[in-house]
Design a protein around this ligand. Structure first.
Ligand code: ZN
Length: 174
């Protein structure tokens, strides 16, 4: 057995409590009151700027990290906004602004797009992540560290305390 890791490094499953704010100080997301977020360090599960800042940090350590868009969700590309007919969506789907879904990219590969607005017979979609162009201000505390299992390393993400918790949404086979 590998000894429990004491610092954040590649191949370690890191549990963090975090609060994410924008430049205006508005809270965009937080793990407060819930379970910490688990991620596999070195696997790109979280934005690069935050992952880089956590490298080498110790269990229990608290840090404040400001991440520029280039190291988070990228700059906004105005060409990413498009209007498509509402009937290009499956009937019966209750479309709402903020919804994310997968569409076919230029080479047929799945790309994630977000609904940014609804018009009478058209849907405004945005290929930009909702946080593109936003500078992210994180307050993070490292609440747990453990070695990743071989399966987690292979998959590139943690599997949770019961071995497969929260896994279904990844949409891949075991
Ligand atoms: Zn998996």
């Amino acid at each position: 057995m590998t000894a429990a890791p004491t610092t954040v490094s590649d191949g370690v499953v890191v549990a963090i409590h975090y609060t994410l704010k924008n430049d205006a100080g508005e809270t965009l997301d937080s793990s407060s009151g819930g379970d910490p977020l688990e991620y596999l360090h070195g696997a790109g599960n979280i934005v690069p700027g935050l992952e880089n800042a956590l490298a080498g940090k110790k269990l229990g350590e608290q840090l404040k990290v400001t991440v520029a868009p280039a190291d988070a969700y990228g700059e906004r590309d105005p060409r990413g906004v498009q209007k498509v007919p509402r009937n290009s969506f499956p009937p019966g789907v209750d479309l709402q602004p903020g919804m994310a879904f997968l569409a076919d990219g230029p080479d047929g590969e799945p790309v994630q797009v977000w609904i940014s607005a609804l018009e009478a017979d058209r849907v405004v979609i945005d290929l930009n992540h909702p946080l593109a162009g936003v500078t992210l201000h994180f307050e993070v505390q490292i609440s747990a560290l453990r070695p990743a299992t071989a399966e987690e390393i292979e998959h590139g993400h943690p599997h949770g305390p019961d071995g497969h918790g929260g896994h279904e949404h990844h949409g891949h086979e075991h």
